[in-house]
Design a binder for this molecule. Sequence first.
Ligand SMILES: *Cc1c(COP(=O)(O)O)cnc(C)c1O
Length: 410
Amino acid sequence: MTSPPRHAALSRLESDGPELLIGGVPIRRLAARVGSTPFYAYDRAALRARIEPLRAALPEGVLIHYAMKANPMPALVGYMATLVDGLDVASGGELLVALDTGMTPADISFAGPGKHAHEIVQAVAAGIVINIESAREIELAARAAEQVGNIARLAVRVNPAFELKSSGMQMGGGAKAFGIDEERVPGVIRQIRAAGLDFEGLHIFAGSQNLRVDAVCEAQRQAIETGLRLSGEADVLLRSLNIGGGFGIPYFPGDQPLDVTEVGQRLGGVLTEHAPALDDTAIIVELGRYLVGEAGYYVCRITERKESRNEVFLVTDGGLHHHLAASGNFGQVIRKNYPVVVGTRMDAPPGDPVDVVGPLCTPLDLLARRMPLPHAEAGDLVVVLQSGAYGLSASPTRFLGHPPPREVLV
Ligand SMILES: *Cc1c(COP(=O)(O)O)cnc(C)c1O
């Protein structure tokens, strides 16, 4: 039997004998401390270790925002708030978590199509930046400003004419629900200023999960040039220009990490080219997955080792109801395995391929398919890596009525 590729290369795993270490804690002890399986664990030191080199790679002065929809766990967002320059929220609920961190409201921004009137009131009352995605949102912001007696800080989210190539999820270019079509933006900026509202700048987010330096850099260049052109046409200065993010992380066989040093160097080149025009503009990159994805682990316990017609199934207490993305049902076209290890058998060699499945009564509840893992039994802990982004909060926890997993920051 040919051995299929398992998953993306694993560089950062630490273990002590048979046990995987998470944040330096052996996994059995961590499971005992959490009190029940399954659970998500996020490694504080890994979060910090991710941001420091990124900051060093980006040109001086470029601001890093955390897009908290990638992982909205309050303790994690609170820790991220000490490491980044701003937070991006996508709902009134996320806004409350962001404010709880103590982040300066002017460094919080709110994007998302179809913002509800009460969310816009919340945002204006809090004094955060609203990334406007329609003319309706401008009217709601004007009304909210009057109602709560606060200025409305508005940036305009642009639906650019360009696309982020080879992106996992495209969110710009062509006809989109996100942002305002580029050609209409100068008019919208004039409308904001005519209404006496505060114009902050532009937000251009083209897509997600990109591992190609060329594609990311091209999108950044286009975002900067588009931003400058639009502000020129509207005859305004940009206090901030949010050039999006889209930095990906490796999940699957053949995926290579994004070279952020190269991205930073090329971005530096583009910024230098446009230096005088951008002197008073804060350049922001907003990242979710790249900042938190690799720092997260989903840990579940094998309930039963089961054989069926010569295939082995490790049946666990965790599954797609907690981790839809790892099951392959969150935006994947062809199902591929997330990296999975047996966290209590780290020193054992891989054996014959097995399937790791969850307890749900559906064939979609699959955490690993035909993966050559070490021999494991009931009681062993299976760990899905790269699980810090779009994990629990992107999963259908009510499906089949099992209890939700705990989440800890280690
Ligand atoms: C989802 C989203 C992000 C985060 O995307 P990642 O791929 O997790 O980095 C950033 N900005 C906006 C506007 C988003 O909608």
